[in-house]
Design a binder for this molecule. Sequence first.
Ligand code: PMP
Length: 402
Amino acid sequence: MAVPVLSPRVSGIQPSLASILRRRARELRAAGRDIIELSSGNLDFPTPDHVIAAAHAAALRGETLYTDVDGTPELKQSVRATLLRDHRLTYAEGEIVICNGSTQALFNALLATLSPAEEVIILAPYWAPYLEQVRLAGGTPVIVPCPQNNGYKLRPDDLVAAITPRTRWLIINNPVNPSGAVYSRKELSAIAAVLLQHPEVWILSDGLYEHIVFDGDCAPTLAEIEPRLKPRTLTVSGVAKTYAMMGWRVGYAAGPAALIREMIKIQSQTTSCASSISQAAAVAALNGPQELLRQRADVLRAKRDHFARFLNGCSGLSCEPPQGTFYLLVSCAGVIGKCLPNGKQVLTDRDFAGYLLDHADLAVLPGADFGLSPYFRVSFANSQSNIEAAGQRLRHACEALR
Ligand code: PMP
């Protein structure tokens, strides 16, 4: 059998733990096991009806062709209006690009800017693709731990210590996946003060979960907090989590035209454009009624509190209800060192996640996947009955440890 010669650029990249776990959960489910999925990044809300209707109408109108590489004029206009509405940020048309999800926006920005040996500051716990995207783009991730005792947030002094002459970007996510932490305006101002002292560092601001916050309407972003940073900030977001449109694959980036132009070049040679139908749907989402966002955040808040109570009742586990996202980051420090019913010791959060999947039919993501151990992440975007069943299974699983 022919074996492909692999590029060293890719062969060093690990498949995400999340994808391995999801595959294992799928296999177990196919074998008849009732696995409760707590590891997914999908919301359990439907895409709003008016958004689906707009996509249908667009397809019937014949909007089934390639669009401009940087997105349809209508969607770019909607994104500009959204950035003004939510963040008081003004961007020109040439400062916006529409991508296949914010994942692509982030990657194109890194690919467009990084040279070998250049560093990107990533805050742990992090969304794992930041790390691998930086590596794929030829850069070096520099990880700054943001421990629980600082609310999983970046301390300005730690940022100062991490910056070197090779630092190209700081990636900052607000609210944070996986901790659910939300930076306040004051906290962002303190970070901005450090960045003003380092004009060579650019800022990748990822606001994908900005509307899933439990106190206020929209999480702030750095360019709105400190306008002097705007000329070197790329503000990234998308419709995935705000409107439960994960599979539609529409994200966007707003920033200096010279950077956006480079990102568009990459996109034109790789994916051409985001889906025309999804772009029409995104226009309807951004321009349509927004009351749904608060209603959905209220539903998620109740689920958060419910699940957090269950988790804190499990021996060896603890969590603090987060201010945003639909994830709970749970400390499992209290189970490390204990023995499973088969006598094997739980040494890591991966061991514990494996135990939960194999013996409690629960799919969770270990903290190792986010650069912070010993923790695991669960989603509370789940039905009440799943949350209750998961809570009970977790309690039994913890009680079975010795
Ligand atoms: N940023 C963060 C922090 C995420 O968690 C995700 C997806 N879960 C993304 C970006 C990418 O989302 P999308 O490509 O669907 O816009």
